[in-house]
Design a protein around this ligand. Structure first.
Ligand code: FAD
Length: 462
């Protein structure tokens, strides 16, 4: 009989924690898991899932307009925010319930409490007047939104967490930030008819993405009526009689009803007792782990956003799988972070796998680029100006496709498929041997034969 209450105690029942708890419990090990809020974590409760419902809801306004172009008579549509939020919350509760029952079915014991470390084998369950001991401990507490607390008036701003529960739909919103969450919420609110301003301090949105993707998306967002202000910092937020005013450093004053700061997330490591157990942090404040997700303490492991490696749900899940294999199935393994597909559910959305052109150039020196921009037939039919961008980055020595980038309708769905080929390391020749499927938007990705030469280089050559 083990000297501990559990073989594994997991702190946090989000994407990573739930998967790890289930997999380890299914080996017959005794598993406990603490959750301070709701089972499912960020993804299910205040991230990917409710966000996607909001994207679906807001995209209808676009589809109503399209339908008119196809001959439909569409009565003036109206949107009921409260009805939508209620329905969304019912669905989120259902999903959270499934996560909890899956834990129970696997034999893991769920404790509704905040947990913190007392030492390397002991966890305090806050408010339960109880401590538990475990042979191994897994920290999967995720991250939290970050806001510049020293910005005057920041107390008037909300984060993505509150955006899912606004009591009513505002008439005007200002969104600060240029990452995927900021861009997604800008699309959501603009689609729902809210006058939307996106303010970002950088030269373009989506830092880290391919430059053509960034430029293309910014243009498409403007076409959808979003006011995009780049290269500007916030000086303060003022509350006035008519709303909130963001004063920007170039003197611009933007008035809105809601100010949403989506300026990044940080690992949620505060008051976790890490120092008591000897768990160290990186200089950036994430839990320091080795390749196998082991912390600086031999029996304590960490996965997911709290390690700030690649903050995506499927990655947290795969790290959980690798942890279970390594720590409980005597099969040391780690997740491979190469060629992980990602999406931005902006409107239009973005799908990416592999390297941007700049990353590929840094890595390989010379690269070949294939790029096309076109009006998809669905929107060209109604005289729409929306354009799709598709781009492939090829390493010329091996002829391998090392990056695929799409901005346009269904880009994330297309990229999930393209990721199989990129991950498998197919060459451009093999890629091109795939027959087109007509008529689709996706067919363009297998019909790009001409290498792309930027217009300025063409002019220089003329
Ligand atoms: P989490 O899912 O955050 O789970 C951590 C859990 O631990 C939480 O339930 C928390 O309440 C609990 N907890 C924290 N501290 C304690 C404690 N001391 N005691 C007990 N419980 C504790 N990813 C995608 O792949 N695709 C997307 O489209 C996407 N969209 C997103 C949209 C938004 C608005 C946000 C915020 C995130 C999005 N993400 C998306 C990221 C994704 O949600 C995270 O990468 C993922 O949830 C990380 O999982 P995790 O297990 O590390 O942490």
């Amino acid at each position: 009989m083990s000297q501990y209450d559990y073989d594994l105690f997991v702190i946090g029942a989000g994407s990573g924690g739930v998967r790890a708890s289930r997999l380890v419990a299914m080996t017959g090990a005794r598993v406990g898991v603490a959750e301070e809020h709701r089972v499912g974590g960020t993804c299910v409760i205040r991230g990917c899932v409710p966000k996607k419902f909001m994207v679906y809801a807001s995209d209808f306004s676009h589809q109503f307009k399209t339908a008119q172009g196809y001959g439909w008579t569409v009565p003036e549509p109206s949107f009921d925010w409260k009805q939508f939020i209620t329905a969304k919350d019912v669905e989120i509760a259902r999903l959270s319930g499934i996560y909890a029952s899956n834990l129970a079915k696997a034999g893991a014991e769920l404790v509704h409490a905040r947990a913190k470390l007392v030492d390397a084998h002991t966890v305090e369950l806050v408010g339960k007047n109880r401590t538990v001991t475990a042979d191994k401990i897994l920290i999967a507490v995720g991250g939290r939104p970050w806001m510049p607390q020293d910005l005057p008036g920041i107390e008037h701003a909300i984060t993505s967490e509150e955006a899912f529960h606004l009591p009513e739909l505002p008439k005007r919103i200002l969104i600060a930030g240029g990452g995927y969450i900021a861009v997604e919420f800008a699309g959501i609110f603009a689609g729902l008819g809210v006058e939307t301003t996106l303010v970002y301090r950088g030269p373009n949105l989506l830092r880290g993405f391919d430059d053509d993707v960034r430029a293309h998306l910014a243009e498409e967002l403007k076409k959808r009526g979003i006011r995009v202000i780049l290269g500007t910092q916030h000086e303060r937020i003022e509350k006035t009689e008519t709303g909130l005013v963001n004063v920007l450093d170039d003197g611009i004053r933007c008035e809105s009803d809601v100010v949403l700061f989506a300026t990044g997330r940080r690992p949620y490591v505060g008051d976790l007792g890490l120092d008591k157990a000897g768990v160290e942090l990186t200089p950036e404040g994430a839990i320091k782990v080795d390749e196998l997700s082991r912390t600086t303490v031999e029996n304590i492991w960490a996965i997911g956003d709290v390690t700030d490696r690649m903050n995506l749900t499927p990655v947290a899940i795969r790290e959980a799988v690798a942890f279970a294999e390594t720590a409980f199935k005597n099969n040391p393994c780690h997740f491979d972070y190469v060629d992980v597909p990602t999406a931005v559910f902006s409107q239009p959305p973005v799908g990416v796998v592999g390297l941007s052109e700049a990353e590929a150039r840094r890595l390989y020196g010379k690269v070949d680029v294939y790029l096309t921009r076109f009006r998809p037939m669905k929107y060209a039919f109604i005289g729409g100006d929306e354009r799709v961008l598709m781009k492939l980055v090829v390493e010329p020595q091996s002829d391998r496709v090392v990056g695929a980038h799409i901005v346009g309708p269904d880009a994330p769905e297309m990229i999930q498929m393209a990721a199989i080929a990129v991950k498998a390391g197919v060459t451009k020749r093999q890629w091109d041997s795939t027959c087109a499927l007509h008529p689709t938007v996706a067919e363009e990705i297998v019909t790009m034969r001409e290498k792309f030469v930027p217009p300025d280089l063409l002019q220089a050559a003329e």
